[in-house]
Design a protein around this ligand. Structure first.
Ligand code: SF4
Length: 155
């Protein structure tokens, strides 16, 4: 069903999902919450996600950031890193933020910057069509690196 879902990664997901369920069974006795067991650091949980077939650093960090942000899972330092995807990378570049600088800004939890950057990219700082700098919440501080003056919408 996954393979024929039409999703661009459907066939791969159909292969990886059973492998992930087997991994949870073998490593965590069938209880996925063992991945983020009490007292774990964010980095340790990210490393545990990396042990899943098909999971790379971006997905591992993203999964941990979601656990903390959306599910209230409490983890200890070191916390997960920024999960850089195309939205995050584009917004960081236009804001003049290097990934390393972003880590300096929020060393307690660098990955906390993921969602705001992703949201900016999704809501205003588009790719494939002009960024909406005129209505973007970062307009007063953003240097708009790489954005041509006549290429913005909503200005
Ligand atoms: S002000 Fe423009 S370039 Fe800067 S983050 Fe917003 S949409 Fe992107």
């Amino acid at each position: 069903m996954l393979a024929s879902s039409g999703h661009r990664l459907g066939a791969e997901m159909a292969r990886l999902l059973p492998a992930a369920i087997r991994h949870i069974g073998d490593r965590y006795g069938g209880d996925a919450s063992g991945i983020w067991t009490d007292g774990s650091s964010g980095a340790a949980v990210a490393r545990r996600f990396l042990a899943f077939d098909g999971v790379g650093p971006k997905i591992a960090n993203m999964a941990v950031n979601i656990l903390i942000r959306d599910f209230g899972i409490r983890l200890t330092a070191p916390m997960p890193d920024i999960a850089v995807d195309t939205h995050v990378l584009r917004v960081f570049e236009r804001l003049g933020l290097l990934q390393l600088r972003a880590r300096e800004l929020n060393p307690e939890w660098p990955g906390e910057l993921d969602w705001p950057a992703w949201h900016l990219g999704n809501r205003w700082c588009h790719t494939g069509r002009p960024p909406e700098c005129g209505v973007c919440c970062m307009r007063s501080v953003c240097p708009k690196h790489g954005v041509l003056p006549d290429s913005t919408a909503g200005s």
